[in-house]
Design a protein around this ligand. Structure first.
Ligand SMILES: NC(=O)c1ccc[n+]([C@@H]2O[C@H](COP(=O)([O-])OP(=O)(O)OC[C@H]3O[C@@H](n4cnc5c(N)ncnc54)[C@H](O)[C@@H]3O)[C@@H](O)[C@H]2O)c1
Length: 377
């Protein structure tokens, strides 16, 4: 399969900046180092093109996307020269995207807000294949609004935030009927806290231990973390992060109140560096205790973008093969709160490859363990 993956972005924040710069970086260098997959369904990273963008900030609306990604309060450094893209950031609908304590950061523009019909017409005009939702946490109404914009246009939707869209059967049906697909919910960073926490909790279960209690405390210094200071916006984030870990265990429902995972503080000088403290108390042989304490330090926006460059290509490749609705097996490896969770990321990856093989969609390189590949011939 050749051609382009035409992407639209809702929320030109720090992930959008890293995503755009990473497309340029991998196109210029020809490197595939650091990518989960260099090719997905015949698409390489250089085939991704951002052709449409929506925001509400006066610092971004009306500007070329190549400039808007560096406008305040974004703080991803300039890694590569993106230049002017020819894509002018459109005004969106504010709804609940801007929390009261974030007004001075996001500074909504005093511009006319478009209707649902106007935005979905634009998606069709610009030939957007995949619309990516990068709104602040707690954007419940705004996420549903943009999901409906996409469904109306028959455009696929990738929901990177902890609002339940891909995992909601109503939205799955909506996208099925529109002939498009939805992947989500809440992107799971490449080597982020959730991926590492899940791997450790899976290991405990696989080696015959039992997780007794566990927490994952996260601090960071960007608008994402500042926005999450409003606990009223966090309920779905806590569910998403906690269930991502609980579902690695044999009886996930027993972990309510025994696993805590969520944002835990805003430390401005950290910028996009995210620091996670993961603690697991397990019961081992003869009931004797085992304690695991891990400190993880990552660039939070690189973690998200590494997954995003895979997921937009996957959404396009699936659509090329006529897949519609909310394919749980396409979301389980990449998102924290998929429609149906897998017990481990390894299990999710093996299921993804099995389904892609059935559809004749190639990925390179294959990341499943060598022994599993050879046992399947
Ligand atoms: N590792 C990660 O970074 C990671 C992992 C999982 C989920 N997420 C989520 O992804 C989302 C995006 O993260 P980010 O760091 O890019 O956020 P950000 O704070 O840098 O950017 C948010 C952008 O949304 C814009 N916005 C606000 N309301 C809007 C509206 N109604 N319409 C259009 N635009 C609007 C803001 O002006 C801003 O440009 C967040 O919800 C974050 O929690 C991030």
């Amino acid at each position: 399969m050749s051609g382009r993956v035409r992407v639209g972005i809702v929320g030109v924040g720090n992930i959008a900046s890293m995503f755009l710069q990473s497309i340029r970086y991998y196109s210029l260098t020809g490197s595939s180092s650091g990518l989960i997959h260099s090719r997905v369904g015949g698409y390489s990273v250089k085939d991704i093109e951002v052709v449409y963008a929506v925001d509400v900030s006066r610092h971004k609306v009306g500007r070329d996307l190549g400039e808007a990604i560096f406008a305040k309060p974004n703080q991803v450094p300039r890694f590569v020269d993106v230049g002017l893209t020819g894509v002018v950031v459109r005004m969106g609908r504010v709804l609940d995207g801007v929390a009261e304590h974030m007004v001075e950061d996001f500074e909504p523009a005093q511009a006319r807000e478009p209707t649902l019909e106007e935005l979905s017409r634009e998606l069709t005009e610009y030939g957007v294949d995949v619309l990516v939702n990068l709104l602040p946490v707690g954007s419940r109404l705004a996420t549903r609004f943009y999901a409906e914009v996409a469904a109306r246009a028959g455009t696929s939707f990738v929901n990177c935030i902890p609002e339940f869209i891909a995992s909601d059967p109503e939205y799955s049906k909506l996208f099925e009927e529109s002939g498009a697909l939805v992947l989500g919910d809440d992107i799971k960073g490449q080597l982020g806290a959730t991926a590492v926490h899940r791997a450790l909790a899976s290991l405990v279960a696989m080696r015959g231990g039992e997780v007794v209690e566990s927490y994952q405390l996260n601090v960071g210094g960007n608008t994402d973390f500042k926005n999450m200071l409003d606990v009223g916006r966090l309920s779905s984030k806590r569910v998403s992060k906690t269930m991502a870990v609980a579902t690695t265990q044999p009886r996930p429902e027993e972990y309510v109140g025994r696993i805590y995972a969520g944002p835990s503080g805003y430390v401005p000088f950290l910028g996009n560096t995210k620091v996670s403290y993961i603690y697991i108390k397990a019961s081992g042989f003869m009931g004797l205790p085992v304690t695991i304490d891990v400190k993880l330090v990552v660039d939070d926006k690189a973690m998200a973008s590494a997954v995003l460059v895979d997921v937009v290509r996957l959404a396009k490749a699936l659509r090329d093969r006529g897949v519609r609705g909310s394919p749980w097996w396409a979301s389980a490896f990449y998102f924290k709160y998929p429609p149906r969770p897998a017990r481990s990321d390894e299990e999710a990856l093996v299921e993804l490859y099995r389904r892609l093989d059935e559809l004749g969609i190639d990925v390179e390189p294959r990341r499943e363990p060598e022994w599993l590949r050879s046992s399947r011939g």
